[in-house]
Design a protein around this ligand. Structure first.
Ligand SMILES: C[S@@+](CC[C@H](N)C(=O)[O-])C[C@H]1O[C@@H](n2cnc3c(N)ncnc32)[C@H](O)[C@@H]1O
Length: 426
């Protein structure tokens, strides 16, 4: 692998119809250039499995699953490894690669604060409705402004760089701009999940937020409105996307309901028509098996090729469900306590949007204590995954599928994800 020849390198491999490629880094390539080259390589990950040989996983956090982690007798570990978040599953580094080794701190990428559970839409699948009565959540009211600010200060003290406001619909809160300004004054990056329908508020976001996630729940006015039960929701969201697109990173989320899954190409066309750069799909987190997703996954794989996109399933889904999943899914890396802390509207901590397990009260518990608690560590270190998954080659990205769905369907957080088949061994 050399600087800037990625297309020349991948092109011939693709034309031979290969499914995977192992690439050797060029000796002496400067580290920054090497990282950029890997990012360029990953532009092709929807077409082919890519592994870069010899580099330790810590060399590039966002690409860790593409870096060589095969056990080898020459590999070893150093003091740096002991402080690294990958230590519990990393097989070490080749001695000549020691200069590339640098501990990745074990700290959440972001803290999500659900500032309200009120919403002006009424989506049938919304996770806000389940398991909400656990852990005395009902004994507590929605956090007031001072309480949210207290959590924001804790986020800052913890050293986390990103706070994401979500809900419910966060823009329904009267003090939301005050909270956003407060977070910005603390030096936090502000991300937002909003349904995009409150036009006056959307315009005020310009210059305040770096990253906005807007959902599209149907492929046209009729299907979107049928899901949201809000008149005009489709047009309002598209307007919000158009307005915010020049000012921040706008991502669009599509829940793969049966109807959406059967019409996936309509979403690719929408993306093309409305300048949507990133569209992410979500597997519905609700009771049931959703076997129809198998076809949807194959469709996403072929539509990505057809439309030259890299749209992905952004929440956890077992990689063994279908051979294409590894190509189109981000796996469980953003779910089930792996990289995020979520604070619900009453201030209770949970390890993901969907997984409600008692992790304490954000107003009382120091965030580090929660993050390093036994239950959170067990989730992070894959100790709440079915035993069958422990030898699977995909375990560190798939993470045993969705722990939230395992719990919802079987009552056991360490149970099987309903779409799980058998581990992939190599
Ligand atoms: C609960 S909303 C909160 C933020 C904002 N009001 C919104 O509409 O995006 C966050 C998003 O999570 C996704 N979502 C909600 N329930 C889900 C579920 N059961 N399974 C998968 N995704 C879900 C939807 O894309 C939804 O837009």
């Amino acid at each position: 692998m050399q600087k800037s020849n990625v297309a020349n390198l991948i092109g011939p491999v693709l034309s031979q119809g290969k499914e995977w490629v192992v690439i050797e880094p060029e000796p002496g390539l400067e580290q920054g250039e090497l990282r950029i080259t890997i990012l360029e390589l990953l532009e092709y990950e929807h077409l082919i499995d890519i592994t870069v040989a010899r580099l330790p996983m810590c060399f590039m956090d966002v690409a860790f699953n593409h870096l060589d982690n095969k056990p080898a007798p020459e590999k070893r570990k150093s003091q740096e490894c002991v402080r690294c978040k990958f230590n519990f599953f990393c097989n070490g580094f080749y001695p000549e690669m020691e200069e590339y080794v640098k501990a990745i701190p074990d700290i959440p990428i972001e803290v999500v604060i659900e500032v309200t559970d009120k919403c002006n839409q009424a989506c049938s699948f919304c996770f806000n409705k389940f398991e909400y009565r656990l852990d005395a959540r009902n004994a507590r009211k929605e956090m007031n402004g001072e309480e949210v600010k207290c959590v924001l200060k804790k986020v800052k003290e913890m050293g986390v760089k990103i706070v994401r406001f979500s809900g419910g619909e966060p823009l329904l809160r009267k003090d939301i701009f005050n909270l956003i300004e407060f977070a910005k004054d603390l030096g936090l990056k502000v991300w937002l999940n909003t349904n995009g329908t409150l036009v006056a508020e959307i315009a005020k976001l310009i210059g305040l937020v770096e990253n906005v996630l807007i959902p599209i729940h149907g492929f046209d006015e009729k299907t979107d409105e049928a899901e949201t039960r809000l008149k005009g929701s489709f047009g309002l969201k598209l307007k919000a996307i158009e307005l915010l697109n020049p000012h921040c990173l706008v991502r669009c989320g599509v829940v793969l309901t049966k109807q959406n899954a059967a019409n996936i190409e309509r979403f690719y066309l929408l993306a093309g028509q409305h300048g949507i750069r990133i569209m992410e799909f979500y597997r519905p987190i609700e009771l049931g098996r959703h076997d129809y997703l198998k076809k949807a996954i194959s469709n996403i794989a072929s539509l990505n090729k057809k439309h030259n996109r890299n749209f992905r399933i952004a929440n956890a889904i077992p990689y063994c469900f279908n051979s294409q999943v590894a190509r189109v899914a981000q796996g469980g890396v953003y779910d089930d306590g792996a990289t995020r802390i979520v604070v619900d509207s009453r201030g209770m901590l949970k390890p993901s949007y969907y997984l409600v397990v008692p992790m304490g009260d954000a107003l009382q518990t120091p965030l580090w204590d929660a993050w390093n608690s036994e239950e959170w560590l067990a989730l992070r270190e894959l100790r709440r995954m079915p035993i069958q998954c422990t030898k699977c080659i995909h375990r560190h990205t798939c993470r045993g599928g969705s722990r939230a769905l395992a719990k919802l369907n079987s009552g056991d957080i360490a149970g099987k994800d309903p779409l799980m088949k058998r581990p992939v061994l190599r």
